[in-house]
Design a protein around this ligand. Structure first.
Ligand code: MN
Ligand code: ZN
Length: 343
């Protein structure tokens, strides 16, 4: 038996470097991957702090997992030894209503790596070959972790049924909002980005947002009217902020027959009204994780349509995860994406 190091959240607020057994491959998890890098996501921070309602403890966290295939079972067809891969974080039962309707990302028995089962802040992981997606040669492991948040953005735009004709409002322009902007751009629609930080709004503008709104200094509703055709309001609003009033605001400003996409995991009650939804016949839809979007994003990167370079602001060795999470807590303005590396 050989052992490896892993980052375990023992309980909310307590992070520990533990020794655990190196997993072995079996009939189901027929591929062993040597993990090379794993991103730190807002949801990892949430599990560490105890604010993620879905998480169970103790848990080895990390769901943005890339590495090299080092061993395969006889039944593995999709990948071979030496392949560089990213691993799908979603595992599903395959037989519940959601699974039967092609939506394993909201499986009734959903087990997300790094949330409900152990994830990627460790040296090795055994997974089914079908959960591995081969990375383009040109992409470094560290950058490749960005493929996962990009799939989340693809999922949200897909749930929104975003088209060229839409006028989209993205609320929040942090890591997720930034990915959303880059994917939404590919749909050719008008894009308005709202945030509370001027620097982020300036970046959004530079990255192709048509208009920006500072939520602290400008009136969201008035500006949404001003920036949309016939003062209609956005036809789609995607809430990448999940703050106290972002959902209420989204429902307020979105135009008739529009769609509102929620992505947050907060369980704090928020104020919305029946009238706000009914009168405009809004579709309020959740977008969770992603539904088999990895290959699509990898193809977009390979075709040069999506760029994931130069977005990693800091890297830490995974055994220094405590320092990485502490640094993330400082909210230093230089922080974009923090990545843990395993070599
Ligand atoms: Mn993530
Ligand atoms: Zn299921």
């Amino acid at each position: 038996m050989s052992t490896m190091k892993a980052v375990q959240i023992v309980k909310p607020g307590e992070l520990k470097i533990i020794d655990m057994e190196v997993p072995t491959i079996d009939e189901k998890n027929n591929v062993l991957v040597k993990i090379k890098a794993a991103g730190i996501c807002g949801s990892d921070v949430g599990i560490y702090k105890g604010s993620n309602a879905a998480a169970t403890y103790p848990r080895v966290i990390g769901h943005e997992i890339v590495g090299e295939v080092v061993e395969t079972g006889d039944s593995a067809k999709k990948v071979k030894k030496g392949d560089r891969v990213i691993i799908d974080q979603v595992t599903a039962c395959g037989h519940c209503y959601a699974c039967r309707h092609g939506r394993p990302n909201v499986c009734q028995n959903l087990q997300v790596r790094g949330v409900h089962i152990d994830g990627g802040y460790r040296e090795y992981i055994a997974v089914p070959d079908t959960d591995c997606y081969i990375l383009p040669d040109s992409v470094r492991y560290e950058d490749a972790v960005l493929i996962e948040p990009t799939t989340i953005a693809v999922q949200a735009c897909s749930r929104a049924e975003l088209t060229e004709e839409d006028e989209l409002l993205i609320i929040g322009c942090g890591a997720l909002g930034t990915r959303m902007l880059s994917i939404a751009k590919l749909h050719g629609c008008k894009i308005i980005v709202a945030d509370v930080v001027d620097e982020k709004l300036a970046e959004a503008k530079a990255n192709g947002a048509d208009y920006t709104i500072n939520l602290l200094t400008e009136d969201l509703e008035a500006k949404c009217k001003e920036y949309t055709t016939d003062e209609y309001g956005p036809t789609v609003t995607i809430d990448c902020a999940c703050t106290k009033d972002s959902l209420g605001n989204a429902i307020k400003v979105t135009g008739n027959a529009g769609r509102v996409i929620t992505m947050g995991f907060s369980v704090a009650p928020t104020e919305v009204t029946n009238f706000g939804i009914t009168a405009k016949e809004l579709d309020v839809r959740g977008s969770r994780l992603q539904n088999r979007k990895f290959q699509q994003v990898i193809d977009l990167i390979a075709e040069g349509k999506v760029n994931i370079d130069h977005q990693i602001s800091h890297t830490f060795k995974f055994t220094d995860a405590q320092a990485a999470f502490d640094f993330n807590d400082t909210r230093d303005p230089s922080i974009r994406k923090i990545v843990l590396t395993m070599d």
